[in-house]
Every structure is written in structure tokens, then in C-alpha cells.
Design a binder for this molecule. Sequence first.
Ligand SMILES: Cc1cc2nc3c(=O)[nH]c(=O)nc-3n(C[C@H](O)[C@H](O)[C@H](O)COP(=O)(O)OP(=O)(O)OC[C@H]3O[C@@H](n4cnc5c(N)ncnc54)[C@H](O)[C@@H]3O)c2cc1C
Length: 483
Amino acid sequence: MNLHTGSSLTCEVCVVGGGPAGSAVAIQLARLGYTVCLLERERFPRRHVGELLAPSVFPLLDALGLLCIVERAGFLHQRRAILRWSDDATREQSQSDNPGLLVERGRFDEILLTAAKTAGCRVIQPAIAHRASKAANGHWRIPFESYRKQFNLRARFIVDASGKRGYCIGQSTPVGPRTLCLFAWWRDSLEVARSNEHVRAAMRIEAGVDRWYWGAPLADGSYSAMVFIDPESLSMRGSDGLTRFYRRLLHESQLLSHCLKNRLIRPAKACDATCRQAKEVVGKDWIKAGESAFSLDPLSSQGIQAALRTALQAATVVHTILSRPTSREDAAQFYRQSCRDTMERHLTETSRLYAESFHSGNPFWQRRAIRTVSDEQIASDGSTSPPPRFDTRLRLSSEAKRVAVPLMQDNLIRKGPALAHPGLERPCAFVGGVAIEEFLEPLRNGVFMSALIRLWARRVPRRLALGLVHHWWNRGVIEELPT
Ligand SMILES: Cc1cc2nc3c(=O)[nH]c(=O)nc-3n(C[C@H](O)[C@H](O)[C@H](O)COP(=O)(O)OP(=O)(O)OC[C@H]3O[C@@H](n4cnc5c(N)ncnc54)[C@H](O)[C@@H]3O)c2cc1C
């Protein structure tokens, strides 16, 4: 990088942070033709928590054109899970049908950042971005520090992809109980043969009385072991020293105490693992992507998936705002709603997992299981009725209306058709990736349930077609056509 102290760089979009979210936004925007500069404070590869790529990440990597590269990188497939969760017994689950990947984040993040460079993005690393201000022409002025020298970057738009640590724009608030993660990497302690990847790559999850554990081997021969606790339980025993305290917790684990027979690669560290949500995720010339927008509970292992998904959406929102300023509010509304929906779904799902723990009577677990029965479920449970008979003639309720909502289409946010009904929480534009119009057409003049399922099953799997009829019937979106 040829930079002179005090020199000023100019680009259309500045991305702060080179984790999965920052790299993915940069790749997309560079491919859409924008000049993009990415500032990353750390040198890569660096160790990072968050090592299980759930299978839901693969379609997103595919959309970025990176799936083959990641698959060829030699990461371990997570083919087994060893669990001590819903009762005091240790159970084993095979995940061979649909394995996730256990990645060293140093290498994984480097693959994505290299792809951003290849796509044409200028990556400046190590570079710490400082608080941005507005220049006279209304563009951003972002001071940054690299090798102890100060520089300035001017940009029309800022993407804050700085992770949980957060860059300067806006604030985030906790949306669940505060949680602390103590973590370290060990020399691999599994006794099984190193060559037999299928046997080795077991992820371990365990519920403790007032904590939970996660552990997994990585392809570089290390073993990642984490303990999630209430922050107060650390301060109560604060005199201990973090590593000794962490070792003691591992000692009390049935599934991870095997680590203690081995050497720590580095002393244990602590990081915040609380679910958080930014108060605002998008403005007229800035957007937050990945964990700077919201962070999910690590129990779900969906953080990287959410980071990549928000990144792809954020790139589309930035493109819409910069190329069609009149659609700015639609684009912002789309992004806010999408972030809120993801967070809401996630909180409901993880609280269900916490409620399943065999220690669920303990306050640690009760606080985290609190959302188990959501308002939405209560509403739907109350109205559950048997599905319509196959010879019932169905039509769309007169209360159902076609409305226009902001949707992501062809790299832009545009208004598109959706179905609104008082029984639905929000307008529905797609089912199983298929546009809603396809489902409404057969209902126009009334249709027998059997024929409706046959027609919908040409568009989506039959199970989904049946589920949709049941859902819409319960919510009053479809009704029986009077004879
Ligand atoms: C304990 C724990 C375990 C987890 N386990 C999983 C898991 O198994 N699976 C999963 O999918 N997710 C997991 N997650 C979540 C996952 O780690 C995150 O969702 C993911 O890293 C978010 O990516 P990101 O790009 O938004 O942020 P990050 O990966 O944090 O990247 C942000 C980048 O911004 C840089 N940066 C920050 N400030 C500045 C600045 N001022 N200037 C320049 N650069 C800056 C940082 O150096 C960093 O590289 C876990 C999280 C935690 C806390």
C-alpha cells in the first residue's frame, strides 16, 4: 500500500471491518461497479470465535461465488454432534446428511477478504477507522490510522461492518440477558486418529447448571473450547485469574474436560456474547451490516449466516440509495424490517433451545428461555383448527388485499406485490422463494382443496403447499366458498 502521511483517498463506499460481513458487502459493491475501500484493523490471518458454519451459510457463499473455494480449503466437516442437553445422558447425533463446516476463522475470513480484493476493492490493513465527520460537500471524511500514521478517506457512503465492537455510528442495546464467553484454543486433545476426519469432527454441546459449553476440533489440529456464563459469576470469583477460572469450568464439564490433558495454545480470553440490536441500522448515507446491526446468540451458530445475509442485503440497499435516490425510503424500510424479522425469529428459536435444557429450572436457563411462547404462537395456537377437507371449495377471504411492499429484486430494492390480511403479521411477498401471485391465481374463482394442493405443488414441495393451506386457513386468509 503506497500511502503518505496525511494523504487523502477517495472512494464511493468505505467499508469499516473486514470480517465476513465487510468482505461480502465489498465484493458485491465492487462487482456492481462502485469504487470501494475497506479498512480492517487487524492483520490476517487472526484467530476469531465463531467457527461453525451452519449449512444455511452455503447458499450465501454460492451467491458470492465462493462456495467452491471454501469447500476446497480443507476445513473439517461437522459430521457428528455429541450432546448433553435435554437430559443427563450423553447422546450422539449424526449430521452426515447435511454437515456444517468447522472453520479456522483466520483462514476463512482471509479467503473472503482476498475475494474482495480480487473483485476490485481496495483493502487497507491494518487500518483503524476513527470517528467520521462530514466534509463541506456532504461526503464523509473518515480518519484512519495505519502503522501509526494518520490518513483520511473521503466517501459518499459508509458501511459499518465493524462487528460487535461497533464503529462510531449509533448505539446498540442488549435484547437478552448479558452473557460472557470464556474461550481458548487447545492442542487437539481427541484421542482418535487424526487421519479419520469423519470420526474426529464432532461438535460437543453441554448444558451445565449455570452455564453451557461448546467445543470442536479444527483442521489445523487445535481444539476450540468455550464456556458461556452470566458475567456476574465471573466477578464473584474475580481473584482467580481468567485462565484458572476457565480451566475450573472445563474441569466440571463431562464433554470438554478432555481438553485439560493438553496444552493451551494461548491464555483464555473473555468476550461479550450477549444478543444486541442497533437502535438504527440504516441512514441516508450509512448502513450497518453483520454484527454491528445485530448479534445473535451463539447457541444457534447462525451468526455468520446472518452476517453474510445482511451483507448481501446491505449491498443492494446501498446500490438502490446511490443509483435511485427516490427509492431510498423503500430501501431503508426493507432493511429495517428484515433485520427486525431475523432477530425476532432467532430469539424465539434460541429461547426454545434454552427451555429444553435439563437444568431449565435454574435462573441462568429461565432468563434465556423467557420467550419460549411468543405472542405469535399463542395467537396461532388459539386458532388452530383441522385443515379443510379435500372436497372443500376455497377462495381468498374478502379481507385479503394485494399491496405493494419493498422487495429485493435484481440487485435493487423495488416495490413488488404482496398479500396483506389482518390474520398475517405482515404482508407476504414470497412463499418458498416463489412470488405470491403464483399462489393467488388458482384462488381467483374458488378451487377445491385437492386441486389447489395439486396446483401449488407444481411450484413448491407438496409439504410446503399443505402447510400453507393449513396456515392460511387458520389465519382466515382463505375460507370456504359458500355453495
Ligand atoms: C463466543 C461466540 C461464538 C460464536 N460462534 C459462532 C458459530 O459457531 N457460528 C456462527 O455462525 N457464528 C458464531 N458466532 C457469531 C460470529 O462470530 C459473528 O456473527 C461473525 O463474526 C460476525 O461477522 P462480522 O463480519 O459482522 O463481524 P466480525 O467477524 O467481528 O468482523 C468485524 C471486523 O471489523 C474489524 N474492525 C472493528 N472495528 C474496526 C475499526 N474501527 N476499524 C477497522 N476495522 C475494524 C475487526 O477487526 C473485525 O475483523 C459466535 C459469536 C461469539 C461471540
